[in-house]
Design a protein around this ligand. Sequence first.
Ligand code: IMP
Ligand code: MG
Length: 180
Amino acid sequence: MPIVRNKKIEVLFTAKQIARRNHELSEEIALGDLKNILVISVLKGSFVFAADLIRALHKAGLTPEVEFISIASYGAGTSAGEVRLLRDVDSDVKDRDILLIDDILESGNTMKFTRDLMLSRGARKVSIVTLLDKSMRRKSDINADYVGFECPDKFVVGYGMDVGHAFRELPFVGVVTGDA
Ligand code: IMP
Ligand code: MG
């Protein structure tokens, strides 16, 4: 079991499993009907996944433009459900096909807010890809079009995901189980 910051980390999804799944996801996305894709990575948690996925999309023959949006969700994983735009995209999304990339779809509040924002600006189509789906935690009426893995109902870290900004650098997804 890896030990990082003197904590034991139980690995849920290895770097190899994630890489394989990213390849499969990009092939699925390439088979879809998205045209001239504008990828929007939802910061901060999705930055590692997005970096790998856009390169997998390139291998799958796609030529997306890439943008970033920063959304704060107070009490992610709690019932608060308040969502706020911290940093907007620069691009005009009118008539665009958008692929939102997030790390985890949990309550769905973040993705619902972001999708509705893009639709209100006239995006033609908004699809969602999430690395992990905690479907048992859903509160908003929203689902991802593409899901990397079903996630157990545990707080996960690594591969961009953090607790207090730590553990984002881990190449795998895991759960902190206790002191080493
Ligand atoms: P929600 O779908 O609006 O509830 O919010 C999901 C967001 O909360 C994700 O994009 C993550 O940034 C964060 N989040 C949810 N669960 C976890 C977790 O287990 N580890 C780290 N971040 C999480
Ligand atoms: Mg997030």
